[in-house]
Design a protein around this ligand. Sequence first.
Ligand code: GLN
Ligand code: ZN
Length: 769
Amino acid sequence: MACPQSLTMASHIVGYPRMGPKRELKFALEAFWDGKSSTDELQKVAADLRCSIWKQMSSAGIKYIPSNTFSYYDQVLDTTAMLGAVPPRYGWNGGEIGFDIYFSMARGNATCPAMEMTKWFDTNYHYIVPELGPEVNFSYASHKAVNEYKEAKALGIDTIPVLIGPVTYLLLSKPAKGVDKTFNLLSLLDKILSVYKEVISELKTAGASSIQFDEPTLVLDLDSTKLQSFTKAYTHLESSVSGLNVLIQTYFADVPPEAFDVLTSLKGATGFGFDLVRGTKTLDLIKGAFPKGKYLFAGVVDGRNIWANDLAASLGTLNDLEGIVGKDKLVVSTSCSLMHTAVNLVNETKLDQEFKSWLAFAAQKVVEVNALAKALAGQKDEAFFSANAAAQASRKSSPRVTSQDVQKAAAALEGSDHRRATNVSARLDAQQKKLNLPILPTTTIGSFPQTIELRRVRREYKAKKISEEEYVKAIKEEINKVIKLQEELDIDVLVHGEPERNDMVEYFGEQLSGFAFTVNGWVQSYGSRCVKPPIIFGDVSRPKPMTVFWSSTAQSMTSRPMKGMLTGPVTILNWSFVRNDQPRFETCYQIALAIKDEVEDLEKAGINVIQIDEAALREGLPLRKSEQAFYLEWAVHSFRITNVGVQDTTQIHTHMCYSHFNDIIHSIIDMDADVITIENSRSDKKLLSVFREGVKYGAGIGPGVYDIHSPRIPSTEEIADRVEEMLTVLEKNILWVNPDCGLKTRKYPEVKPALSNMVAAAKVLRTKL
Ligand code: GLN
Ligand code: ZN
């Protein structure tokens, strides 16, 4: 980093999306897994993608171009492969790890399931959790990092190889099966460092001059023992990395003050990378004390959103930082890897020019980083900066973005509280008079199987290949079929099956003002799976009812109660790209008001049970404990706003697709729903007892009685046992019987017998109670 060009081109990219601008890697992977293409074909697609990414960054002028941020599945799994930490059940016999072992760990094989997957910090990316213990024999078993470095070098591009840092790797691991749960994973540090040393030495031999260690766990609330592991690890590596420029990269939040001290004192490190988009307090720490002579990698370009950078503002920040660390020590960077944003704006054919000028996807962000670096070096591209300033101004003043009415209505909600007037037990009594449900009422979560035929109808209607009339007729027929089935099965509270929706957020986003949709704005979720989040760009309002027609049509087909089915504001927010010109809670309140209108219209149309799904409420939980209470408060408040206006006799359900909420149980209760259905596939009694004892929960609760994620059909006895077990913890008059999530991904031959057994189980138990 001491080389003279750094004065002119101090730019760096933390990491880049792998999938390709049109999800080329996804299709190549899936063809390979299906046996439709060869290893060579898959490797060729991957190499072409890497090549075009490196060339793009190189021709943009980026100085520190990352390598080894490509992955066939996941970067944590790549590290597991590098360390030879393959769980014994996959039958690896040593040697370089190939696709067979690698993909078995990722996806399972004929004899054993995949390794567990979990969320990467607070993103929607999921990584494969390493399974470690004292018995693991670490060895250098995947040369991917070195191979990628060499591959780029052969193309004439010198890259900075990226490795997941040793401490972060261990902190993200879990004790393997059979290993004591209290096993100290950090005790493996010395063992894995030996492998890291081999990798570093090979990278040096190959000609690398820099190396990046991603240590994002430094932004978490870590105790001092954990923090000391960083000191220990990098002291240990000091001699191996000597002669290299060593960047320790953090991202996703502020680095807490104690961690900042540890980080900036690490031996062998020559530069530190920070997320200055989510970490605004870090800026103060840097201003307070940044070690002399070290490089500051300033992550000012947001890797987690799709908005064009406010270049003038960023340049201001960078100028300040330059005053602190010195001109030759400042490197312009992204806040985190660009893998959390969409790939390339040029492929967006359906967005107008003005709107596109407000956006920057990964490819455009690379250009922004470089433009900022050049400006710092005194070579400001005036045309580029003024076009950017014009776009920022047009976004600020656009009538497409701002609606005074919506702003006012949402502002009025801040600092206020909204709760239904009557308490939940009294409401349930009033509802029961109207609904007259049996004990242990049965219901489902909303969607029914989505057949190929259904998808075709929706697609053709969207493409205007069939008329509205034909479309409505087809959807009505489907609803009727689903209702007849539920009546035959003798389910108590029915659903219409959601045949008109392809996605629970997109469906609402398309009907609300303030949302835009991309054609290719895909972001990797896990493996080959990608999601295409809507963009919330403006004040949100509901021009007209969204679901009332379908719900009331469905209600007219049956005398049983029909659940209205909505997606809640927090879930819509957390599964979208959110505007960055106002706090998230303001956007959430706006969505809440739009959903409130819908709830009230459903009620007026005679729908007495309304489910408002908050599948993603937990996903928005901030990484740092100190910020969680505030989030939970406005998120839960937003949910309550949606249904504060209904009568006592209208029953509000909510559904959440996970069961890890022992720690946020008070917030769940505070949502004040009448009935809550949750995933409970691990049959977690502790969770249920929290519901009962922790907080005298008087509302209805429907812990999923079987796992819809598997094609397996549960028997009546099995379900009955499960419900009986629940009854040992929960009162019989609050328990509901339902599957643990929507049935959309299942097939009718699985759904019919499973639901039939579920109803039979409820009936058997009713006779016993
Ligand atoms: N109502 C939705 C469905 O059944 C809920 C899906 C979800 O929670 N992910 O499909
Ligand atoms: Zn669910």
